[in-house]
Design a protein around this ligand. Structure first.
Ligand SMILES: Nc1ncnc2c1ncn2[C@@H]1O[C@H](COP(=O)(O)OP(=O)(O)O)[C@@H](O)[C@H]1O
Ligand SMILES: [Mg+2]
Length: 304
């Protein structure tokens, strides 16, 4: 049998992968699989030539989601599945999950087709407490900002931010800033082939006065933690809801990352279910890289 080939899909800014994913190439080589980094929008890549294409650091698609989904649908053996990606790249999926009973952050959804005036945006922004404005299609905290309650300047900046996103045709989310994150941080639970693999925690990313990031992604400082019962239970509910919505497309989910923040009562709330291109923080947790590499090899072998 010829050496199986796996593509690790990335973006043109990171042609050699993110430093956390780079060791995958060697881990796969040790297992007899040739892994190559490939840029998702590079027209010269023959995606059909791989036994498996794994989406990794494709973090530049947020302003061209349609192009990204078309690409995903055109790749024959993609993990995760293109239909999972089509659903998961727009945070409206959170609305569905909230309606299914999964605790999500209270969210106001602004539709660009409503052509809201500044005054109309103003009346919709929360009257009390800090809040967050972000586009529904986003990665790496890009175009995401926190605004301080009740200062005229912050209000003006928030309206401008929302208006600019809406003007460029993007849907916008407005959420209360969950203050507990400043103390407890944000937790991510990582699943490989549906099995819990490891958990990491990062500190709050949106300090007061934080401005929307222009760069590709915002640097995150992570450490490994043990997931609590409540966090594991929330992750299970979120994944179960995703399986219900996605049906067959979810059966083959290679990876999932469930991001959660503590609510005011300390109970975890779903911030994001990352099924598209999450950092998986292999370096933070012993055995995590091996588990992922083994899962890839099992998939490639199953294809015969
Ligand atoms: N409602 C919120 N309260 C507190 N922090 C938030 C909130 N929403 C987003 N953040 C912070 O902003 C970061 C990016 O937001 P997120 O919803 O995860 O979008 P992205 O897809 O860009 O990662 C999060 O990791 C979190 O630290
Ligand atoms: Mg996130």
């Amino acid at each position: 049998m010829p050496t199986p080939r796996v593509a690790l899909a990335t973006c043109s800014v990171l042609p050699d992968l993110d430093p956390d994913d780079a060791p995958l190439v060697e881990a796969l080589a040790e297992r007899g699989v040739e892994a190559t980094a490939a840029v998702w929008d590079d027209p010269d890549v023959d995606w059909t030539s791989f036994n498996l294409v794994v989406v990794r650091s494709t973090w530049d698609y947020s302003a061209r989601q349609d192009e990204f989904i078309s690409w995903a649908r055109s790749v024959p053996r993609l993990a995760n599945d293109a239909e999972v990606i089509a659903w998961n790249t727009d945070k409206y999926y959170l609305k569905t999950m909230g309606e299914m009973g999964v605790p999500i952050v209270r969210t106001l959804w602004l539709d660009p087709d409503r052509h809201l005036t500044s005054q109309a945006i103003h009346t919709r922004l929360p009257a009390h407490g800090d809040y967050v404005i972000k586009p529904t299609v986003s990665a790496g905290a890009r175009d995401t900002a926190r605004y301080q309650e009740n200062t005229a300047q912050a209000r003006g900046e928030a309206i401008l931010h929302a208006r600019e996103l809406l003007r460029s045709g993007r849907h916008v989310m407005v959420q209360p800033y969950l203050n507990q994150v400043d103390v407890a941080g944000e937790t991510a639970l990582i699943f490989v082939d549906g099995e819990f693999s490891h958990a990491v925690r990062k500190s709050a990313m949106l300090s007061r006065g934080h401005r929307p990031t222009q760069g590709l992604y915002q640097e995150e400082v992570m450490r490994t933690v043990e997931a609590t019962e409540a966090e594991l239970a929330l992750a299970d509910r979120a994944l179960e809801a995703a399986r219900t919505v996605l049906g067959g497309a979810a059966d083959q989910m290679l990876f999932a990352r469930v991001d959660m923040l503590p609510g005011d009562d300390g109970e975890p709330i779903l911030l994001e279910l990352e099924l598209t291109e999450p950092s998986l923080f292999f370096a933070k947790s012993p055995g995590a890289l091996d588990r992922f590499a083994d899962a890839l090899v099992a998939r490639v072998s199953a294809q015969g």
